[in-house]
Design a protein around this ligand. Structure first.
Ligand SMILES: [Fe+2]
Ligand SMILES: [Fe+2]
Length: 473
C-alpha cells in the first residue's frame, strides 16, 4: 500500500486499484455515471477553471496541491489514510482484537447501511448548493463553494469505493442509487431531512457549512473509530478535507456579522435592512433554523440500533480513545433529554449504550457554542449589546423526544396556536428570506466584494483576496 496517489490511473487512488481488475472495471463503469450526475446536478454556473486543491498524498505534510482546474476535469480519487498495522478495536465486545480488513458476515448489512447513509449526504449537499455560483459575493467565495462541492463529490467516491470493494452486487446497486436519489426530489429524496432543504442563498450556505457540515464531522468521527479498518481510514482522510468546509462556514458567518456591525455603527442603527446588510435578528433566525435541523440529524435520544453498532465495534464515540471508561458501557447509565409522562421537557436515565446518539449530539452542541462565542466577540468588540445564542434543544425539532411539542428558543413549552403566533420571531419568514435573496447579486469581478459581507482576512493557499480564483466563461 502506497500513500502517494497514483495519478496515472483513470481513477487516482492510493489503494493499488490496478491490482484488482474487477474492482477497477466496476469503478470505471461507475465513473461516467458520476460525471453525468456532476454535469446535470452539480454547479450550474459555467466556468473555465477554478483554483482548487486536489489531494495528492495522505501523509501529514503536503497532502494537497493547488492549481487552476476546469471543474469537470477535477481528479476525483480514492484516498485512504495510512494504515496502522498494529491498530486494535478500541471499544465494544471485540475491544483489543485486531481491526478487520474485510466485512464480517454478521455485520454486513449494518455496515452497508451506515456507509450508504453517510454516502447519501455527500452528493446531496452538492445538489443543494448547485445554483449558488450565480450569486457569489466574490471570486474568493465562489472558489470556496466549488472547493466544497468537488470535495463532497470526492466523499461520494470514498463511500462508493467501499461499497464496490466490500459489498458485492448489493454494494454496486447502492452506489447507483446514490446518484439516483436527489435532494428535494418528490419521488426519491435524499435519506436525511436536512439534506432535502434548499440552500437558496449564501447566508444559508455559510450556516449549512457551519452547522450541517459539522454534523458530518461528528458522524465521520464516530466511523473513524470503526473496527472495519477501510472505513476508519477512509473517514480519517475525509475529516482532513472537511476541516476546510467548516472554515468556510465559520469565517463566512464571521464576515457577515462583521459587515453588519460596521453598517450599524456607520448609520447608528440596528435596522440595517435597506442599508444592504443583514440584520442581527435575521442572522439569529437563520442560525436557529440551521442549528435545529442539524440537531435532528443525530437521530432520537435513545437508539438500540446505535447501541448494537457500538457493541459490535462498527461505530464508536467522538474521540473514543480519550474517554476514561471501560469502552464497553455495558453497566453505565446516563441522562438523556425526554418528555415526561405529562408531556413536559425533562430528562430521564437510560443505559449509556442506548444513549449514544445523545452523547454525540452533546459533543456537537458544545462545538457549536464555539461559533456563537466567536460571533459574539465580534459584537462585543464593536460595542454592540445584543448577543447570539443557540436555541434550546427542544426548539423546532422534527426528530426525537421533542418532535411532537413546540418550544421557544428559551425552552418555554408552547401550545400549537402560540407557536403559530410567535414562530415568525424565531425562524426566517418569507420577508426575511426575500430580503436576504434581494442582496444576492453576483460580484464576479476580481478583488471586489458584495456589500453585505466583509472580505476575508486571508486568501487561499497564501494567495491574496484579489487573486483570480475563478475564470468564468
Ligand atoms: Fe463530505
Ligand atoms: Fe463537507
Amino acid at each position: 500500500m502506497t500513500t502517494t496517489a497514483d495519478y496515472t490511473e483513470k481513477i487516482p487512488n492510493n489503494v493499488s486499484l490496478h491490482e484488482d481488475r474487477r474492482l477497477q472495471r466496476a469503478l470505471e463503469s461507475w465513473q461516467p455515471n458520476f460525471l453525468t450526475w456532476w454535469q446535470t446536478m452539480g454547479p450550474t454556473l459555467p466556468t473555465q477553471d477554478v483554483y482548487l486543491r486536489t489531494a495528492v498524498n495522505v501523509g501529514r505534510e503536503g497532502w494537497a496541491q493547488f492549481g487552476h482546474v476546469p471543474m469537470p476535469d477535477y481528479r476525483w480519487g480514492i484516498f485512504l489514510a495510512e494504515r496502522d498495522p498494529g491498530r486494535k478495536v478500541g471499544f465494544g465486545e471485540h475491544k483489543g482484537e485486531p481491526v478487520w480488513d474485510k466485512v464480517p458476515g454478521e455485520y454486513r448489512s449494518e455496515l452497508q447501511r451506515l456507509i450508504v447513509i453517510q454516502g447519501d449526504t455527500e452528493p446531496a449537499s452538492v445538489e443543494q448548493q448547485r445554483n449558488l455560483g450565480a450569486t457569489a459575493p466574490s471570486l474568493y467565495d465562489l472558489r470556496n463553494l466549488f472547493q466544497v462541492n468537488v470535495e463532497e463529490g470526492r466523499h461520494l467516491w470514498a463511500m462508493v469505493y467501499l461499497l464496490h470493494a466490500y459489498f458485492g452486487r448489493e454494494g454496486r446497486e447502492e452506489a447507483e442509487e446514490l446518484l439516483h436519489r436527489n435532494s428535494g426530489s418528490e419521488d426519491s429524496p435524499r435519506i436525511l431531512g436536512a439534506f432535502n432543504e434548499e440552500t437558496p442563498d449564501w447566508l444559508s450556505f455559510y450556516m449549512f457549512t457551519y452547522f450541517t457540515d459539522r454534523d458530518g464531522k461528528y458522524q465521520l468521527g464516530t466511523l473513524k473509530e470503526s473496527a472495519f479498518d477501510p472505513l476508519s481510514r477512509t473517514c480519517e482522510f475525509m475529516l482532513k478535507e472537511e476541516a476546510h468546509h467548516m472554515m468556510v462556514g465559520t469565517t463566512g458567518i464571521d464576515r457577515i456579522v462583521q459587515r453588519t456591525v460596521e453598517v450599524m455603527r456607520e448609520h447608528d442603527t440596528d435596522d440595517v435592512a435597506g442599508l444592504g446588510a443583514i440584520p442581527l435578528t435575521v442572522l439569529q433566525k437563520y442560525l436557529n433554523f440551521h442549528y435545529s435541523v442539524s440537531l435532528d440529524l443525530f437521530g432520537g435520544e435513545t437508539s438500540t440500533n446505535v447501541a448494537n453498532y457500538y457493541t459490535a465495534g462498527l461505530k464508536g464515540r467522538w474521540l473514543e480513545d480519550r474517554r476514561k471508561d471501560d469502552h464497553l458501557l455495558a453497566s453505565d447509565s446516563m441522562m438523556v433529554d425526554s418528555l415526561s409522562e405529562d408531556g413536559m421537557i425533562g430528562q430521564t436515565e437510560v443505559s449509556a449504550l442506548v444513549g449514544l446518539n445523545t452523547d454525540l449530539r452533546r459533543e456537537y452542541i458544545s462545538d457549536c457554542q464555539g461559533g456563537v462565542k466567536r460571533w459574539n466577540r465580534i459584537l462585543e468588540e464593536a460595542g454592540v449589546k445584543s448577543r447570539f445564542k443557540l436555541p434550546h434543544i427542544a426548539f423546532n425539532r422534527k426528530v426525537g423526544a421533542f418532535a411532537g411539542i413546540e418550544a421557544s428558543p428559551d425552552g418555554e413549552q408552547l401550545s400549537a396556536q402560540e407557536w403559530q403566533r410567535r414562530s415568525s420571531a424565531w425562524l426566517p419568514t418569507d420577508t426575511d428570506k426575500t430580503y436576504v435573496r434581494s442582496l444576492m447579486r453576483p460580484v464576479h469581478e476580481r478583488g471586489k466584494i458584495a456589500a453585505w459581507i466583509a472580505p476575508p482576512r486571508n486568501g487561499i493557499n497564501g494567495q491574496p483576496f484579489d487573486y483570480d480564483y475563478v475564470h468564468l466563461t
